[in-house]
Design a binder for this molecule. Sequence first.
Ligand SMILES: Cc1cc2nc3c(=O)[nH]c(=O)nc-3n(C[C@H](O)[C@H](O)[C@H](O)COP(=O)(O)OP(=O)(O)OC[C@H]3O[C@@H](n4cnc5c(N)ncnc54)[C@H](O)[C@@H]3O)c2cc1C
Length: 394
Amino acid sequence: MKDERYDVVVVGGGPAGSVTAKTAAENGLDVLLIERNPEIGVPVKCGEGVSKEIERFVDIDSRWICTEPKGIITHGPDGTRVALSVEGSEVVGYVLERRLFDKFLAQQAAHAGAEVRVKTQAYDLIQEEGYAKGVYANAAGEDIRIFADIVVGADGVESRVGRWAGIDTRLRLADVGICAQFLMSTIEVDKNFFEMFFGRDIAPKGYAWVFPKGEHCANVGLGIGGDVSGDNHRALDYLRAFVNEKFPDGKILAAMYGAVPLSGPVYDTVANGLVLVGDAARHVQPITGGGILQAMEGGAIAGDVIAKAVHEMNVSKRRLMEYEKRWKREFGKVLEVGLKAKNIVLSLSDEELIKFFRPLAGEIKLKECSERALLKEFIKRNPRILFSLLRVIF
Ligand SMILES: Cc1cc2nc3c(=O)[nH]c(=O)nc-3n(C[C@H](O)[C@H](O)[C@H](O)COP(=O)(O)OP(=O)(O)OC[C@H]3O[C@@H](n4cnc5c(N)ncnc54)[C@H](O)[C@@H]3O)c2cc1C
């Protein structure tokens, strides 16, 4: 078997892996990023919506932006419509073209000096004396051993890297969002708004989304709770019903199915010689299923900590805990509150959801684009939810 040697091997070429690889390479490390698929960014398994916060992590480039929505419209189970936007702000977020966006991030990693290799799938961990020392991989049919001081598990929702190291990354069915999505054309969509639809008949334990990708074109998808999926009640069945009602004449250009981890972060995101980032670490906002921004932010933190640890020649779990401390400081609380809020929302019946949405009906202009501003406005209009939220936050 052929042997190779790097400072860091990153398993997975999504946003988490590419940003980790880029940051580690910028800090002087010899980095290999491997991706099992033949093309980075393909297949796309994503609604492709992100908030304006993405500007904190990357300069916006029109090549991978489809639309720049100015607000969000939510529809309650009885059709109550709430339009959210931000005072003085033209844009609240972006709909990406992930096929290109993911490639752009991998390209940035390559520019920083990382080697990027597709059609290369890790299938086990090399371990010695309680430390991860690299991965066994299959590179286009050939088995190789890739030795590294640090292995990064950036291998998404199906992650196996953490499990190989003995980290419990199992997900209960109830903690998985099962999703189906069509890329649709020849439909009437307002490209100025992200749209979300709630209700047990539409998407039990989840929601449906219409994220505009341009004129007459959108990602139309939904996610349902893994524990309510069953024969004739699969995400695809709900999606077909939703599309038949909303866009009966629309044309389906692409169909995809995927899963989102909604459990909140795994207990351990580091081990000796090993770090988990992005969906592999379950860094997904449980209330929305969004994970792109945490994948990028976590990746940047991981790359920085990994570089310091390798330069210090100390890749112990104890040293790598700096990564865990820093991601917890940056977005740990938001994920924790999101998880509790998700549990409250899931416990509500449609009638209770309707009571929640009704006082919010109409237009809401937030003072700023933040979850805090959104909460403040919700409480102002619907003081009854204050008690539930206080229970969530404290
Ligand atoms: C239907 C759906 C809709 C979504 N919509 C949104 C949205 O609108 N906004 C948002 O923010 N988030 C959304 N998400 C979540 C978002 O897609 C993820 O959080 C994000 O992609 C996480 O990035 P990542 O780099 O951690 O993982 P991924 O992007 O999943 O990348 C992991 C990569 O690892 C590779 N890989 C896996 N195993 C191996 C291996 N053994 N060897 C080599 N390579 C391997 C995979 O092929 C993959 O390319 C959605 C998810 C789904 C399923």
